[in-house]
Every structure is written in C-alpha cells, then in structure tokens.
Design a protein around this ligand. Structure first.
Ligand SMILES: *[C@@H]1O[C@H](CO)[C@@H](O)[C@H](O)[C@H]1NC(C)=O
Ligand SMILES: *[C@@H]1O[C@H](CO)[C@@H](O)[C@H](O)[C@H]1NC(C)=O
Ligand SMILES: *[C@@H]1O[C@H](CO)[C@@H](O)[C@H](O)[C@H]1NC(C)=O
Ligand SMILES: *[C@@H]1O[C@H](CO)[C@@H](O)[C@H](O)[C@H]1NC(C)=O
Ligand SMILES: *[C@@H]1O[C@H](CO)[C@@H](O)[C@H](O)[C@H]1NC(C)=O
Length: 322
C-alpha cells in the first residue's frame, strides 16, 4: 500500500510522462473453479526492447468487505520483492516473465482457493505509472455427494444422509421419483472447512416407500448448477433385511462347515483303518482349501449389505430426470 502511494506521488511530480502511460485490461472478470489455475493480465506499452530495470509491477488483492490489501506479487525495478508477499501466495503466485517484453504483466495463481477471490489491483510503473482492477471469482461446485442409509434402531424408519463440500452455500432438497418435495422434515447443517468451503450435511428420517427411489439435490443459484445423488429402493431394502439376512448367512455356512468337518473326520478314520496312510497329505490340503473358500464367501456376503453406492449426476441449470 505504501509502495503504491510512493509510486503515485512520484508520478504526480511527473504529470507529463504519466499522462502518456496507460495500463489496459483485456478481461475484467475471471471466474474459476476452486483448485484450478488462473492467469490474469494487465497490458502496458513497451517501446522497442524492454528495459527490465525500469519496470515495476505490483499485484495486490483486496477481499470483499475487507479494507486491507494483500501483496500478491511485486516486481520492483526488475527485481522480485518477496519479503512483502502475503504468506497465502507464497509458492502459488508468479509473474510470467516471458510475457513482459510483449507488454503483458500476467499474474498466475495456482491451486486457487476460496480466499483468493476479490479485486486485484495491478500497478505498472515503466517510465510512467498507471493501474487497473480485475475481479476474481472462485466457485466450488458440489461435485461429489456422499450418501449413507442407516436403519433407525427399533423403528421402521430410515436415516438418509447426503454430504458434500462446495462454495458458495447451496440449498439441499429431497425428492422422490415424482419430484414430490420431501424436504419439510430434513435437517440440513453446515460447517466451514479450513479451505473456506461449506461442508453441508443433510439428514432425512422417514419411512420410505419400498417401490420408490429417492434423491437429494444440492442447488445453488450462484453456481447455476444442481447436483443430485440417487438412492435406489433396492439399496433401502438391502439395508432393511440386513439383520435377518446376516443371521441366515451365518447359520448356513456354519452347517456346511460342520458337515465338511465331520466328513473329513470320517474319511480320515476310514483311510487310516484301511490303508494306513498313503495319499493322506494331498487329500487333507484340498479339503482345507474348500473350507477356507466357504469362509471367505460368508464374509463377503455379510459386509455387502450395509453400504451402498449411489450415482451422482449433475447438470447445468436443468431439471434432473430421476
Ligand atoms: C496448475 O499449474 C501447475 C504449475 O504450473 C501445474 O503443475 C498444474 O498441473 C496446473 N493445474 C491445472 C489444473 O491446470
Ligand atoms: C519510441 O522510442 C523512440 C526512440 O527510441 C522514440 O523516437 C519514439 O518517440 C518512442 N515512441 C513512443 C510511443 O514512446
Ligand atoms: C439438526 O441437527 C443438528 C446436528 O446434527 C442438531 O443439533 C439439531 O438439533 C437438529 N435440528 C433439528 C430440527 O432436528
Ligand atoms: C464434513 O462433515 C462431515 C460430517 O458432518 C465429516 O465427516 C467430514 O469429515 C467433513 N469434511 C471436511 C472436509 O471437513
Ligand atoms: C430405482 O433405481 C434403480 C436403479 O437406479 C432402477 O433399476 C429401478 O427401476 C428404480 N425403481 C423405480 C421404482 O423406479
């Protein structure tokens, strides 16, 4: 800030040169996704070859509602001034040097954060000074929705949960296949993550109709986009019957295992009494294998029931077909 004042004061003493020098912006508004890279540009006039030692470029950011400016990148008389750079931009902000000789002061910011949003001032002093502002907007669409279904203990109701992260804040509504809005009883809460994203969790507790599929929809006007996660009736059913199913899944293999063990014993004893142990070893190993397979199958089918995968779909500002 002081630096700019100094430069501006200096230029006021040289009003004739100042008047000739202008900074232009080819693009005033940049809208980028969280995590992406952005390059913002200011143009100035270079007469012939660039004399770097005469060039000062200052990029500063001001967040909405804040008075303080943050130093993003400073090149002073051809030298990088890193001491004043705000820590948030260390390693993420760069001036594209190869473009300077063409009169383009291009600031690149990598891995854009929510906090990078705001107005950026670019001030250029090259035997005359001028400045312009560009605006950076950062959006984080609610791309991935995590879903979970749990049975409410001792009731025939289910707990449906949808969770996602994004920016700005989105509304969550629930609907069935006929687009009937179910959101009345939804409990939607959010927290802010360290990265400035909204972490939204929406919980619905109700008794689902087993013939229906349900979905939760994350909608944001600013993002001009809605993202939804579908929860199929099939998934609900597999959650519901998991209690009985797992019991059956446990009993059947147990019976099979007992039977196999018994037959192993019988065969073993018979062999022993007849031949006194010739192909014993090979035979025993095979039976052990069968036993292990049996166990593994049992494990697999027990865990499959509880968690489910859902399909997430998103589209720009359109209605979702369930
Ligand atoms: C952003 O820039 C960095 C460094 O130039 C590069 O490694 C990365 O792949 C870029 N990311 C995207 C999303 O373009
Ligand atoms: C560019 O530089 C030349 C001399 O090097 C000068 O004659 C000319 O007036 C300059 N043009 C501008 C626009 O500054
Ligand atoms: C919604 O959930 C939050 C935290 O999970 C809880 O504190 C709050 O009481 C709930 N509100 C309603 C209306 O159920
Ligand atoms: C978002 O919230 C959920 C629970 O509400 C939590 O499990 C998860 O870790 C949170 N994610 C982040 C990135 O904070
Ligand atoms: C629910 O969704 C599943 C898979 O997406 C589909 O196979 C099934 O037909 C749907 N059920 C109804 C009642 O539409």
């Amino acid at each position: 800030m002081f630096q700019i004042l100094t430069i501006l004061l200096l230029e006021m003493q040289l009003p004739i040169i100042s008047a000739l020098f202008t900074v232009e912006v080819p693009q005033q508004l940049y809208v980028v996704d969280y995590g992406s890279n952005v390059t913002m540009e200011c143009r100035f006039h270079v007469n012939g070859s660039l004399n770097l030692s005469l060039l000062t470029v200052v990029w500063e950011q001001k967040r909405q509602g804040e008075l303080k400016r943050r130093d993003v990148y400073t090149l002073r008389k051809g030298k990088v001034l890193s001491s004043s750079q705000h820590h948030d931009y260390i390693g993420r902000a760069a001036l594209l040097y190869s473009e300077l000789k063409l009169g383009r002061a291009i600031l690149q910011i990598t891995s854009v954060k929510i906090t990078d949003a705001g107005s950026y001032l670019c001030l250029i002093d090259y035997q005359g000074a001028d400045y312009k502002y560009v605006i950076l907007e950062v959006k984080a669409p609610y791309k991935i929705i995590n879903t979970q279904i749990m049975r409410k203990a001792g009731e025939d109701k289910f707990i449906f949960m949808c969770q996602s992260e994004g920016f700005p804040l989105a509304e969550v509504y629930w609907q069935n296949e006929k687009k009937f809005n179910l959101s009345g009883s939804a409990n939607t809460t959010y927290t802010l993550t360290a990265d400035g994203l909204y972490n939204i969790t929406s919980i619905m507790i109700f008794k689902p109709n087993m013939n229906e599929n349900y979905s939760c929809v994350f909608w944001s006007k600013e993002l001009n986009r809605e993202t939804s996660a579908h929860i199929s009736a099939l998934a609900v059913m597999s959650t519901q019957s998991s209690g009985q199913k797992s019991l059956i899944l446990f009993i059947i293999p147990m019976c099979v295992m007992v039977a196999v063990l018994l037959s192993v014993l019988i065969i073993f004893k018979k062999r022993k009494s007849f031949k006194n142990g010739q192909p014993k070893k090979a035979r025993k190993r095979k039976l052990d294998c069968d036993l292990k397979d049996e166990k593994r199958d049992n494990c697999n089918s027990q865990t499959e029931a509880l968690y489910l995968s859902t399909v997430t779909a998103s589209r720009d500002n359109g209605s979702v077909h369930l």
